[in-house]
Write a protein that binds this ligand. Structure first.
Ligand code: 13P
Length: 329
């Protein structure tokens, strides 16, 4: 199946918003993570929202974001299986004209997230509305915008002060921008939150959802910084109009952890003993010891990473309630 577009994604979120469940929107920072997520989504029959940010597009495009988006779009078109697979471009900085133009003109993204949340309210509105107009003129992609400031580290940028989203401002923001999804700041944090001192305000998400619905605005809420939320916290958030929970750091950790355990267990099959010459050129042809290809073939670790990511995604999709509910099969 090819990637699905914004019209199908709109239907997927609408059903989730009405039905009180949500989606784990999963950042792909490495191909093995994407392969694992595709397998996990198929195993649990959930539609799948995958996300990339500028840094991943640069990484995959060898420094060129347009090439990176082509690589991601073409690969996912070829690999997406029996469930709906959607691509969101995450955290497009409002000042990043190059990226804005590339993602708006490209057919792969089903949604684009504009981030002008560090600007004053009026500037955030103006930047978001401009992108909404650009995206509407170009095709059917949805626009996610952010109001309030989420703390933590994302793409190497650290934000220390969180500013919780105000419900009345959220209504005015959606009315003035026409955005399709609203990312709110309710006390989650991007990255690894060691010594977390933020307070998760689930009631605030409910207040924002109630205010939006009262104003006749059917806008799913998005929670960034969802790695590290417990199953109970996610379940409580799903009761409040949250339909998209962004997860990146968890998968990166699972990848690294799987690799660390694998290479620690198999170190002696890869690294020569102290008394053997480090003769990589001849692949240790003169020694009694030889490295074990059944271990050092990178696909051996790759398969373990895929399996672990798939397992984690199945667990998260169950918690989010999207398991067994693919609308695109
Ligand atoms: P985490 O760092 O908690 O995984 O959040 C990722 C995120 O919000 C991406 O937009």
């Amino acid at each position: 199946m090819p990637l699905y577009g914004g019209t199908a994604l709109d239907g997927v979120y609408e059903a989730a918003h009405a039905g009180g469940y949500g989606f784990i929107a999963s950042n792909i920072t490495h191909p093995e993570i994407a392969y694992g997520l595709l397998a996990g989504a198929e195993a649990s029959n959930t539609d799948l929202v995958l996300q990339v940010k500028r840094d991943t597009l640069e990484y995959l495009g060898r420094g060129n974001v347009a090439n990176g988006l082509d690589v991601v779009g073409t690969s996912l078109d070829a690999l997406a299986g029996d469930v709906g697979v959607f691509l969101n471009v995450d955290h497009v900085d409002a000042t990043d004209e190059e990226l804005r133009q590339i993602v708006t003109a490209h057919s792969a993204p089903a949604s684009i997230m504009i981030d002008a949340s560090d600007r004053p309210f009026d500037e955030n509105v103006a930047e978001t509305r401009t992108l909404v107009e650009e995206v509407r003129a170009a095709g059917d992609a949805l626009v996610e915008a952010e109001l309030g400031t989420i703390a933590g580290t994302e793409s190497g940028q650290t934000t220390t002060d969180a500013a919780y989203t105000d419900p009345a401002e959220a209504v005015a923001f959606v009315q003035q921008t026409g955005c399709d999804l609203l990312a709110v700041s309710i006390g989650t944090e991007h990255g690894v939150a060691a010594g977390r001192d933020l307070e998760l305000r689930i009631g605030l998400a409910e207040e924002i959802d109630t205010a939006l619905r009262a104003a006749g605005l059917d806008v799913p809420l998005v929670v960034h910084g969802s790695s590290g939320l417990s199953a109970d916290q996610i379940a409580a958030l799903l009761e409040t109009g949250v339909c998209k929970l962004n997860v990146n750091t968890r998968y990166q950790y699972e990848y690294a952890r799987t690799a660390a355990v694998f290479y620690r267990e198999h170190a002696t099959a890869i690294l020569p003993p102290a008394d053997v010459d480090d003769d990589r050129e001849r692949l240790f042809g003169d020694a009694d010891w030889a490295p074990d290809r059944a271990v050092f073939d990178p696909r051996v670790l790759g398969r373990e990473v895929r399996e672990r990511i798939a397992t984690v995604h199945v667990e998260l999709a169950s918690i989010a309630g999207s398991r067994g509910r693919s609308r695109c099969t």
